[in-house]
Design a protein around this ligand. Structure first.
Ligand code: F0G
Length: 397
């Protein structure tokens, strides 16, 4: 047992709840009909009969047609939004975390650790709580959205804010895992990617084909790596007959993959993707090049415009990073990207399809939501006062 595990007095206890297969089955059944991505896509995942499944019934997120956005961009494409904010902890991270924490438990780890801009930590904290193992999270101090921090704390994780960036936090975590028996829960852990690829399985299963274009925000680049893996795997297995063009979207002030070199002081309102040196850099470039895609940068203003559009015209509340994919769609549409890409791609006349991944829920970052609106002053508790206020509001339009 490692020194740290002894210090945390966790040695030997393990997870009683997960001890027997029958308990596991009961936990799984307690989830209802949809029993999580491991249950549904087991044969594509590194899961054996001896893996204890730690699930919060993640996945099965909605794929929503976005007609207001279609009308706005006027690109003659069907636009679908994969709303990953409906995962149990409010982001796509749960797909990878169910696999990573299940495997950590199988290997008898007593502690999991991750560096995070927020969502990984919220997810790790929840799945470690379910698995009854300790969770340590290292975050850049002052740069994590409030909802995510509150999740990590509520789930009882040990929070280590550092006076540094996400990239520095990840370096520290990497070094610790080299010397301590602690499960690495970042997407450097390949098992996280295996779980995350299931988002595209769901997209293909719902559409009965692959989309023509797949657009997603990129930070540490684990997710774009996993989605491209997923498409290629479904293609190899004959479930789809074409592959999409992969489009990654970074924030302008944190766009190392666009400018081709690390960014020392990344800055963006989309704190989830405020990353200057992505761990999966090479794989992201491979996904771009193999699919004939692109990785672009959008400004914070473009992110906020997409954030408001999603909330006010599509009824979908996402965190700023989650809106980056739609900001990218709008930008590329204006630049005529899709017309030229489609001309090359196919001439069979069917309406092309684009999927934008909305990676995290808007409640993750209530401070940004509040800062973009103003809270009205309270008024007297009378019918007249409320009607007067409504009238004034309608007149303002
Ligand atoms: N969108 C959201 C909401 C995220 O939280 C992240 C990453 C991304 C997009 C980008 O995914 O890093 O795989 O390219 N969040 C990580 C975290 C870094 O720590 O929560 P990526």
């Amino acid at each position: 047992m490692s020194i740290l595990a002894q210090h945390l007095k966790l040695g030997g206890e393990g997870n009683k709840l997960m001890d027997s297969d029958s308990n596991m089955r009961q936990l799984s059944l307690a989830c209802g009909k949809w029993e999580g991505i491991i249950h549904h896509y087991r044969r594509f995942l590194p899961i054996s009969d001896s893996t204890p499944i730690v699930t919060l019934c993640e996945g099965n997120t909605p794929l929503i047609r976005a007609k207001a956005i279609e009308a706005l961009i006027g690109c003659n494409m069907r636009v679908y939004l994969k709303y990953e904010g409906t995962n149990p902890t409010g982001s796509f991270k749960d797909r990878g975390m169910t696999v990573a924490v299940s495997k950590a438990l199988e290997r008898n780890y007593k502690i999991g650790i991750c560096a995070s801009t927020g969502n990984t930590s919220a997810s790790a904290a929840a799945y470690c709580a379910k698995a009854n193992i300790k969770c340590v999270i290292v975050v850049p101090e002052g740069r994590v959205a409030l909802g995510k921090l509150s999740q990590a704390l509520a789930h009882g994780a040990f929070l280590c804010p550092i006076a540094g960036s996400f990239d520095e936090a990840l370096n520290v975590v990497r070094q610790i895992c080299e010397v301590e028996e602690i499960a690495l829960l970042n997407s450097l852990n390949y098992e996280r990617l295996e779980g995350q690829k299931t988002a595209v399985f769901e997209i293909c299963d719902t559409l009965s084909m692959a989309p023509d274009f797949h657009i997603m925000p990129v930070g540490n680049a684990g997710n774009i790596t996993s989605h491209w893996m997923g498409y290629k795997e479904y293609y190899r297995n004959g479930f789809i007959t074409s592959l999409p063009v992969m489009i990654g979207v970074q924030a302008y002030g944190a766009a190392p993959l666009v400018i081709g070199r690390p960014v020392e002081n990344p800055e963006t309102i989309a704190t989830a993707i405020r990353i200057g040196n992505p761990a999966r850099w090479r794989e992201a470039i491979e996904a771009r090049d193999e699919s004939g895609g692109t990785i672009i940068a959008v400004t914070d203003d473009e992110i906020i415009a997409a954030y408001k559009l999603l909330a006010q015209k599509e009824g979908l509340f996402v965190e700023p990073a989650g809106a980056a994919s739609v900001a990218g769609l709008i930008k590329l549409c204006r630049e005529g990207f899709f017309e030229s890409a489609l001309a090359k791609r196919r001439a069979n006349g069917s309406e092309p399809t684009v999927v934008c991944v909305l990676t995290g829920h808007g409640l993750k970052d209530p401070q940004t939501a509040m800062s973009l609106s103003s809270m009205p002053e309270p008024i007297p508790p009378t019918k007249e006062a409320v009607l007067k206020a409504i009238k004034a509001n309608l007149e303002r339009g």
